[in-house]
Structure formats: C-alpha cells, structure tokens
Design a protein around this ligand. Structure first.
Ligand SMILES: [Zn+2]
Length: 402
C-alpha cells in the first residue's frame, strides 16, 4: 500500500532558489507542450502523445539552457500531468462514471496554480537519513520531523504554499499493519448541529475552530484590502492571510484524521449517507456549516483507510428518507422534513426518536441491507472501484498521513 508522509522543509537560500526554479520550469514545460498540442491539433489535426512530447523535450532542453539546471524528473512529470489532464478531459466527454467534471486542460498561472513539482526515485537519487532528505540537484535538505517515515521511497512532491513554506510529500510503498477484525458495525449521520451522530448514540461535536479563526480571517482580509498594490505591506498581508487559511486546514485535517482513524479501528462496516454536498452547499443558510465540516474529505479518508484495514464503507442513497423513517417500526413521518424538529414521537409505535441518532440507525440498517443484497465481496469491490489506486494516491498526498 502507498502512503504519503508530509514534512516541512527547511531549505537554505540557494536550495530555495533552485526549488522555485524547478517549480517554474515544470510549469513552463506544461504550458509549452499544452500550447504545442493545441497548435498541432488545430493546424494539422495531429495529436502528440507522451512519448512524442518526451522526445521533443530532449530537443527543447538543448535549446533552452536553464531547463538543464533543474531536476529532469520534474519536467517529465509535467508531461505526465499534461497527459493525465487530457485523458481526464476525454473521459469526462465520454461521461465515464466516477470522473469529475474536469474541462479542457488549462494553462498554469504563476500565482493561481499549485506551486509544485514531482521527482521520482532512481539509483538512490532520493534518500532520507534522520531529519534530512536528499533530492536530485538540491542535495541534502533539513526538514521538521514529526513522525517516523517508513517503507520504500517512490516519489517526492515539493510544494511551495501560498504563505511561502516548502512542503515535501514523500510517497512510500509501505506495509500497513492492519487493525484486528472487530464485530461492531456502525451507521453515521453527518449532521449540522453536531459533526456526526453514530447509531450507538455517540455525538461528535462540530469543531468550532473555523468560527474562532473566522474573526482572524476577516481581519486579515481587511488588512489586505487596505494595502497599496505591489507594496511590501501587501506582500506581508497576503502571507498573513495565507497562514490563517493554512492553520484552519491543518486543524480541520487533524480532526478528520483522528476521527476517521478511530471509526475505522472500532468498526467493521461503516454506513454513511451518500451526501451530495455540492447540492446542499447551494442552500445558503447551511453553506458555511457544511463547507466548514468538509464531509467529502472525511468520507474520502474513511474510504482509503477502509482499504488499508479491510473494512467496508457502504454508502446509502440520498433518496433514502433516513431522518423521516422511524427505526422501530418503519413509519415515515413527513413532518420530520423540518430541520428544526430535533426529536419526535412516532405516531404508530410511540417510539421516542432523537432526529440524528434515529437517522444513524436507519442508515446502518439500510447499508447492511444493501450489502446483504449485493454480497460482501461485491460491496468491497464497489469500494475499491470507488477509490482507484491513482485517486487514493492523490488523496493521500492531499491529506497527509493518517
Ligand atoms: Zn415507529
């Protein structure tokens, strides 16, 4: 299984310059070949595949000297990314299931696109000793060590964050020590009042860091808007704002990792609602709470961790009326559509239903029913298809380590 470890690099001045050059060159190559592909297609209806681009890159490097200064893998990976962007676009055209709506590959802009490059392992060009990471062309770079990095190195992605930090995401092929099998299954109702409620009645509160940080965020935005364009104060204000955002993301990811790790450890089957968060966010009243809660990220974490530990994550369709159904007798109470109704007494069996716990119980029941109908091996396959290896890798890089 592949796992990514995120560390903060402490480059010296010349390393910092070279990292920025590498990022710039990677972007240049991406844009150069995107333009070339477009032009060739428009003028001669010809397409350039990865190998053709790669051959041209060798020639280009002879013409443009500064491309030789940086890690050659950074440039090759740019071509691979471009190839993937095209593939995703065509897959999207054919409406391949599970692919997001991606659109035609866009040119990368210096201040908008992700500032990063990727390098691959060959012949010990990447090594780790203690708190130092060796990268091609850069040599040994110190990093902040917060966790043990285990497994065989595969590749490293170096990113410059908008606050000016340098992060290395180190991808390793590693043996994951699986959690022992457990008998407990659980249903989760992702809520608004609380983060989630389980079918065991446990209430996990919504972390309120965003609201606390919101004040700081508003202040940082205000300061930025008052600065003069291209002044040094503007640069400072921008960094301050980016740091605030980064802090919120880190706090949120930490909360999501701890919660998903615990739920995976304690349960064998986890049933959740297949929330169409995007649709819900359009409801403005709820928008802030929902994006704050970042459920889709949480569900992704549950999904890839379930693969690590042989658990099952079963999604239950949104059409299923989990809140309105009485978990005791199955009576559907349309009055419960009103979000303010937190508890209700069932008119048929007079069971007292707490809104969220009742929903969690129903989600568990429906999830288990679906698994029974399809069979567990298929359910597992369904999960595996949901999270293809490429996607897992991308998400892990995104999410950092469990
Ligand atoms: Zn009832």
């Amino acid at each position: 299984m592949q796992k990514a470890f995120k560390v903060t690099l402490i480059p010296n001045h010349s390393q910092e310059i070279l990292i920025n050059k590498s990022i710039g060159c990677a972007r240049f190559v991406y844009n150069h070949f995107l333009a070339l592909k477009q032009e060739l297609y428009l003028t001669e209806q010809k397409t350039l595949n990865y190998n053709a681009c790669s051959q041209r890159l060798t020639l280009l490097k002879k013409e443009i000297e500064w491309l030789q200064e940086v890690d050659k893998f950074a440039l090759q990976n740019s071509l691979r990314n471009l190839e993937t962007a095209y593939k995703n676009f065509f897959a999207d055209l054919k409406k391949v299931k599970g692919k997001k709506n991606v659109g035609f590959p866009k040119f990368k802009k210096k201040h908008v696109s992700k500032q990063s490059y990727k390098t691959n392992l060959t012949n010990n060009n990447i090594q780790i000793i203690e708190n130092r990471l060796k990268l091609p062309k850069l040599g040994w770079i110190k990093f902040h060590k917060s966790q043990e990095i285990t497994g065989n190195l595969v590749n490293v992605t170096v990113t410059r964050t908008s606050s000016g930090k340098y992060i290395a995401s180190i991808l390793c092929e590693t043996e994951i020590k699986k959690h022992s099998q457990v008998a407990q299954n659980i249903g989760l109702d992702l809520g608004i009042k609380s983060y989630l409620v389980t079918s065991n009645g446990e209430v996990v509160d919504n972390p309120k860091y965003y609201r606390i940080q919101k004040k700081k965020l508003r202040k940082a935005h205000k300061t930025l808007s008052r600065t003069v364009k291209s002044s040094s104060n503007r640069v400072k204000a921008k960094i301050k704002l980016a740091r605030t955002y980064e802090r919120i993301t880190n706090l949120r990811d930490d909360f999501l990792h701890k919660l998903s790790t615990r739920l995976i450890k304690e349960n064998s089957i986890i049933c959740i609602e297949d929330l169409q968060v995007a649709n819900m966010v359009r409801n403005h009243k709820l928008a802030s709470s929902i994006s704050d809660a970042s459920w889709s990220k949480f569900v992704t974490m549950l999904e890839y961790k379930s693969l690590w530990h042989d658990r099952i994550v079963q999604k239950v369709g949104t059409f299923y009326p989990s809140s309105q159904t009485c978990n005791c007798c199955g009576f559907i109470n349309p009055l419960v559509k009103d979000l303010k109704l937190r508890e209700w007494s069932c008119p048929t069996c007079s069971n007292e239903n707490l809104r969220d716990a009742n929903a969690a119980l129903n989600i568990l029941g429906e999830g288990l029913r679906l698994i029974a109908a399809v069979g567990i091996p298929e359910a597992l396959n369904a999960c595996r298809e949901l999270v293809s290896p490429g996607v897992i890798q991308a998400e892990i890089v995104e999410a950092g380590i469990a």
